[in-house]
Design a protein around this ligand. Structure first.
Ligand code: AKB
Length: 318
């Protein structure tokens, strides 16, 4: 049997850093090729057979990588997140949509057998209830990022329906992790808060105290991603993108959890432009379709996640 050769774009990003490790353990480090904008020295500690520093929108170079390394599976993670996308809409569209279409085309030619692409809860917007938001609701994103993710979902579904491209996707909620920092997102407060809690015992949140958002610990995000990529095609009924709810909490609730571990911790609030983005998103998500189709499950709630984050981040920052 031919070995899977896996390409990960955004390999040194928040998801990529951790996915590389798990994929290396499963398929062998030599079969994992990572790609990112960062220079090569930054990839030294990441479990990768090969790291290539390049721009993911350079389709000529991308084609070369796929051919040279005989890539069969792609995790295309590179993306501009919600905050950064608002400051440069054309660039957000270029980065978030064009390389996806490139990979869908290669998958149509069957060079790439399986493609993973991350969507986001940012596809949701107005005209729907805020809580327990289901898989099939009207999608009216009001952010540049959400628009690019909704378009991407539709491109994925189109290539599946028309060319049977095996593309799989998850609508990630806010992702919380300690290995690699987040960057440019609205839910990033829930990562930044841990750094500041350890370093300064206080944090100023750019999201209001009572704004609840869906969040997911990285361990659970990676497990869900790998599970979705491993199940057989007949278990997949959604070819746009699967809802993932994780847990839902407000900055105030997260601060209370941190205070249980760091008693002197204090939080205050100075909402900025990201507050409007947060308010346009659901506060909780119904992910029963993913549970039914491919057995989605979680190991971390807010308490377990907070303990694990503080434990690991303290070690890392020491
Ligand atoms: C962001 O905040 O932009 C991302 C997301 C929810 O997709 N974390």
């Amino acid at each position: 049997m031919k070995v899977e050769k896996i390409l990960i774009t955004g390999a040194l990003g928040q998801i990529g850093t951790e996915l590389c490790g798990r994929l290396s353990a499963l398929y062998g480090t030599n079969n994992i090729v990572g790609l990112g904008l960062e220079e090569e020295s930054k990839a030294a500690d990441i479990a990768l057979g090969t790291y290539i520093s390049m721009d993911v929108t350079d389709s000529v170079a991308l084609q070369k990588v796929i051919e040279e390394h005989e890539i069969t599976t792609v995790y295309h993670l590179a993306s501009l997140l919600s905050g950064t996308s608002e400051s440069n809409p054309p660039l957000a569209w270029h980065i978030n949509v064009d390389p996806l279409i490139f990979f869908l085309e290669r998958a149509k030619e069957k060079k790439i057998k399986k493609l993973f692409w991350p969507s986001s809860i940012a596809v949701f917007g107005g005209g729907i209830p805020k809580t327990n938001v289901g898989q099939e609701v009207p999608l009216n994103p009001t952010t540049v990022y959400g628009i690019s993710k909704l378009a991407g979902e539709k491109w994925c579904e189109y290539y599946f329906n028309k060319y049977q491209v095996d593309v799989r996707s998850i609508r990630y909620p806010g992702l919380i992790s300690w290995k690699a920092p987040a960057g440019g997102g609205t839910t990033d407060y829930a990562v930044d808060i841990f750094y500041k809690a350890i370093q300064e015992q206080r944090y100023t949140s750019f999201i209001k105290e009572n704004t609840a958002l869906p969040m997911l610990y990285m361990e659970d995000a990676i497990s869900a991603t790998l599970k979705l990529m491993e199940v057989s095609q007949d278990q997949i009924s959604v070819r746009t993108s699967y809802n993932l709810g994780g847990m839902s909490f407000t900055p105030q609730e997260l601060a209370a959890e941190i205070k249980k571990e760091i008693s002197e911790f204090k939080i205050d609030y100075e909402p900025d432009f990201r507050q409007a983005i947060a308010e346009s998103w659901p506060s909780s998500i119904n992910d029963s379709v993913a549970k039914k189709d491919w057995g989605l499950q979680y190991d971390f709630d807010i308490t377990a996640m907070t303990k694990d984050m503080l434990l690991n981040l303290k070690k890392k920052l020491r």
